[in-house]
Ligand binder design. Structure first.
Ligand code: PGA
Length: 255
């Protein structure tokens, strides 16, 4: 198993000044402690040039929070995956529940975006997750498998190139985290789905997201099928984000 992957999802937050301060503190903190995990930050598109300028050559990678399903052309307001690549993005978050909820994104659209990202050489971080109503109706497994299967079918032989983020919608930004057991159960389901899809599925990393913080990260990250975290609120606070990174078990100890 590879190193854990910790990704900060800044959402629609930040400014040139705030980002610069946060990145400076993060880089200083990582230099002191060494980096136990692969780490990346996903910012709003206007700040990608700043991330590229400040993070090139450092231990921190960066990425975006969405891309267009189209390659180029008359799609006002959209950002193409190739443009993200121009700014050095290694990752793009796709199908986040906030995009599914507020922007009407469905499984097919997310799958098309994943294809575009891969074609541009960017790793899609595909978000899946059930709502509270889904969970209470016993539909968690059905929903996450349906969401992932759309992407697996669209990307075909590239299925092992995606990162999956399990983000129960009821845990995002709510302070209510899935228990390590609840998260592990769903991660195991996703792991077997990825295994069935590709002979190279050992390359897939499955992240947990939803109110992960310095207090609960170690236990979540010690679960066998949790390969990292997608961190929203806690990624905006340098100390908190550094503690989450520091709570990753070293790669050699990961079975
Ligand atoms: P949160 O967000 O950590 O603030 O719950 C996670 C996410 O939405 O990716």
């Amino acid at each position: 198993m590879t190193k854990k992957l910790i990704v900060g999802n800044w959402k629609m937050n930040g400014s040139l000044a705030v980002n610069a301060g946060l990145l400076q503190t993060l880089l200083a903190g990582l230099n002191d402690d060494g980096v136990a995990a692969d780490v990346a930050l996903c910012a709003s598109a206007p700040y990608l040039a700043q991330l590229q300028a400040l993070l090139q050559g450092t231990a921190l990678g960066w990425g975006a929070q969405d891309c267009s399903a189209h390659e180029s052309g008359a799609y006002t307001g959209e950002v193409a995956a190739a443009m993200l690549r121009d700014f050095g993005c290694r990752y793009v978050i796709l199908g986040h529940s906030e995009r599914r909820q507020y922007h009407g994104e469905n499984d097919d659209l997310v799958a098309q975006k994943a294809q575009r990202a891969l074609a541009a050489g960017i790793t899609p971080i595909v978000c899946v997750g059930e709502t509270l109503a889904d969970r209470e109706a016993g539909r968690t497994e059905f929903v996450v498998k349906r969401q992932l299967s759309a992407v697996i079918h669209a990307v075909g032989h590239c299925a092992s190139e995606i990162v999956v983020a399990y983000e129960p919608v009821w845990a995002i930004g709510t302070g209510r985290t899935a228990t390590p057991e609840q998260a592990q159960t769903v991660h195991a389901v996703l792991r077997s789905q990825l295994k069935a899809a590709s002979a190279h599925s050992s390359r897939n990393r499955i992240l947990y997201g939803g109110s992960m913080n310095a207090g609960n990260a170690a236990e979540l990250l010690s679960q066998p099928d949790i390969d990292g975290g997608l961190i929203g609120g806690a990624s905006l606070k340098a100390d908190e984000f550094l503690s989450i990174i520091a709570s990753c078990p070293p790669a050699a100890a990961v079975i």
